[in-house]
Design a protein around this ligand. Structure first.
Ligand code: IMP
Ligand code: MG
Length: 173
């Protein structure tokens, strides 16, 4: 049986996301907001976050993969699925589960900028600053966490545990 230690509770997550949504709602008034969720890790965060934003907005997704089924980054990023609609002239807010080394986000931001959006910002559920290998701008952060491998609330270990309603650390597999 897997042993999981809770790091952030479901209640703490929902409180923080309401505040973050209010902040984004203030910053994006009068803008052309499109939330771009990075599959698959961001889906739970995005679905809660978008309901705490009180503005008209669009939702789109793209798929990126930098990991095999391992707990360390390969450093090689691959686009597995592209956006459904153009983002030219739009205010893009990238919604990610976690920024660790920053390699995924660096690749993504460079890719998105070639499509002439009006602005691109980043909103991440988790920031793991100790893991950073490249500098990337992160505009909104729900929680900053220490350098531990976490699961739940969208984040997986070997594709499992995404459905945990809280954030946990896998102590025994
Ligand atoms: P980066 O390229 O190292 O910043 O990693 C980004 C991606 O690695 C994230 O979108 C996650 O999918 C995955 N990742 C990084 N750290 C963790 C973790 O602690 N748990 C689960 N997935 C992680
Ligand atoms: Mg991811």
């Amino acid at each position: 049986m897997a042993k999981i230690r809770e790091m952030i509770s479901a209640t703490e997550i929902s409180t923080r996301i309401k505040d973050l949504g209010a902040e984004i709602s203030r910053d994006y008034e009068e803008k052309n907001l499109v939330l771009v969720g990075v599959l698959r890790g961001s889906i739970i965060f995005l679905s809660d976050l978008c309901r705490s934003i009180t503005l008209p907005l669009e939702i789109d997704f793209l798929g990126l993969s930098s990991y095999g089924d391992r707990t360390e980054t390969s450093g090689i990023v691959r686009m597995t699925q592209d956006l459904s609609s153009p983002i030219e002239g739009k205010d893009v807010l990238v919604v990610e589960d976690i920024v660790d080394t920053g390699l995924t986000m660096k690749y993504l931001l460079e890719n998105l900028k070639t499509r002439r959006p009006r602005s691109v910002k980043v909103c991440t559920f988790l920031d793991k600053p100790e893991g950073r290998k490249v500098v990337v701008p992160v505009d909104y952060i729900a929680f900053t966490i220490p350098n531990e491998f976490v699961i739940g609330y969208g984040l997986d270990y070997a594709q499992k545990y995404r459905n945990l309603p809280y954030l946990g650390v896998l102590e025994e597999k």
